[in-house]
Design a protein around this ligand. Sequence first.
Ligand SMILES: [Zn+2]
Ligand SMILES: [Zn+2]
Length: 138
Amino acid sequence: MSMVVCQICGPKEGEWQCSVCKRVICTDHAVPTKQGVFCTDDAPQKNNQAQAQAKKTGQTSSAKGLLSLFITLLALTIGLALIVFIGQSFIDAAASQSPVVEPFANAMKSGGILIIIGMGALTALIGVAWLVARRSRV
Ligand SMILES: [Zn+2]
Ligand SMILES: [Zn+2]
């Protein structure tokens, strides 16, 4: 007479069947849940791991979002600085020829510098937020 034994531990009688791997398993290796009976290898504790993994991935993607935002802002700031710098040289050239343009040129210069400083500060802030988000993912 052959008895169906647990396919995990061997000698014990298998009374259950895992819904995932279909192995016959003993009471010790069976994990009955609302979703069905699982062996200890396929038991829903793996779902918790999957949830933890998803949480981790979520944090990673938020860090990735911050990184892309940081790169976008950095590119914008550099682009803006270039535009202001190049525009400034044109305005300076015009101002040197006509004194009427000079106050306008100065206003443009200080306005452009203010915008660049603001953008730079925002970029640095996003960069720090990204570093923090990256560090919290352990
Ligand atoms: Zn067993
Ligand atoms: Zn199984």
